[in-house]
Design a protein around this ligand. Structure first.
Ligand code: PBG
Length: 324
């Protein structure tokens, strides 16, 4: 506890004094920036549901990579959009798939840390994150496919593989598969407490990954947003299974989860990442950059060590942030 003056307003007197006593700040190393890459396209396409964002082609990815390097952020998180989908999502583990080629190119032209999302929903014709059989998602068959994807990303040179399918044992299955192939140096950032949220809307519109057949939503694998004890259990299991970074997703309606996770696991130095998702971004962007800033500060203050944010580049560009 700081030794506070009796008159609290002393610390709010002017900007310099407020800056001196501020307890929270944002720095480039806090941020991971998501990037969408689309196969078989020549030029980047603007994403309507997410102002300022694009589906990049492999050709014109250089520009955004430079911007990320210049901003000095922690890394980028890759999402792929394949030109063909099928029932099992087989393009996801094609060693010449769009994400694999993007990883190789990015590693050739930059020193950015590359995080790659490991999931099936962008690659399956039904739009689910797992193996769909008789109208249900089969957990253990999905594990085999997720392991193949992770291994393929590891071979391409990815630094972190990031399972986001919310299957039980996805972290241990991937850890085992990549270790056995000799990729012990590849790390895992797990989407540990990922809730079945309405805030993913603009993302699904951007990549066309809404469920089309089978269960109408993702509630049999993503978490029920009424639960917090369960979220902490998910995080605990992922740390035991070998995740280097654990994640809470979304962020804003889930600050309590971030805060509890930090309290419970922060002492073991497990970094807690928070994903400030597409719906949150779209809402805040419509309101204005000061709302974005206030919300990102809130996520950091709640205990996030890492923030995955579509606003990373624009926020770090603000003069008022650099000063503070
Ligand atoms: C699914 C996935 C989702 C997001 C990224 N990957 C959620 C979903 O479709 O259920 C959402 C990210 C965002 O909204 O920014 N693997």
């Amino acid at each position: 506890m700081q030794n506070y003056p009796k008159r609290m307003r002393e610390r709010r007197k002017n900007q310099k004094i407020r800056d001196k006593y501020s307890e929270t700040s944002l720095s480039p190393a806090d941020f991971i920036f998501p990037i969408f890459i689309k196969e078989d396209t020549e030029k980047k396409e603007p994403i309507k549901s997410m102002p300022g964002h694009f589906r990049y082609s492999l050709n014109d990815i250089d520009e955004i990579i430079r911007k990320c390097e210049k901003a000095g952020i922690l890394g980028i998180l890759l999402f792929g959009m394949p030109s063909k989908k099928d029932a099992t999502g087989s393009e996801a583990w094609n060693d010449e798939g769009i994400v694999q080629r993007a990883i190789k190119k990015i590693k050739r032209i930059s020193r950015l840390t590359v995080f790659a999302d490991v999931c099936l929903c962008q690659y399956t014709s039904h739009g689910h994150c797992g193996f769909l059989e008789k109208g249900r998602i089969d957990n253990d068959k999905t594990l085999k496919l997720l392991s193949r994807i992770a291994l393929s990303y590891a071979k391409a040179g990815g630094d972190y593989v990031c399972p986001s399918a919310m299957m039980d044992f996805q972290v241990s299955a991937i850890r085992k598969a990549i270790d056995m192939a000799g990729f012990r140096n590849v790390k895992i950032m797990s989407y540990s407490a990922k809730f079945a949220s309405n805030f993913y809307g603009p993302f699904r519109e951007a990549v066309g990954s809404s469920p089309k057949t089978g269960p109408k939503d993702r509630k049999t694998y993503q978490m029920d947003f009424r639960n917090s004890e369960e979220a902490l259990k998910e995080i605990e299991l992922d740390t035991k299974e070998g995740a280097e970074i654990v994640m809470v997703k979304p962020s804003l309606a889930y600050l309590d989860i971030i805060s509890k996770a930090k309290e419970k696991f922060g002492k073991y130095k497990v970094p807690i990442a928070a994903y400030n998702v597409s719906g949150e971004y779209a809402m805040l962007k419509a309101a204005g950059d000061e709302f974005l800033y206030e919300s990102l500060i809130g996520i950091k203050r709640a205990g996030a060590d890492i923030i995955i944010s579509y606003a990373a580049l624009e926020i770090l560009d603000q003069k008022w942030l650099k000063k503070g």
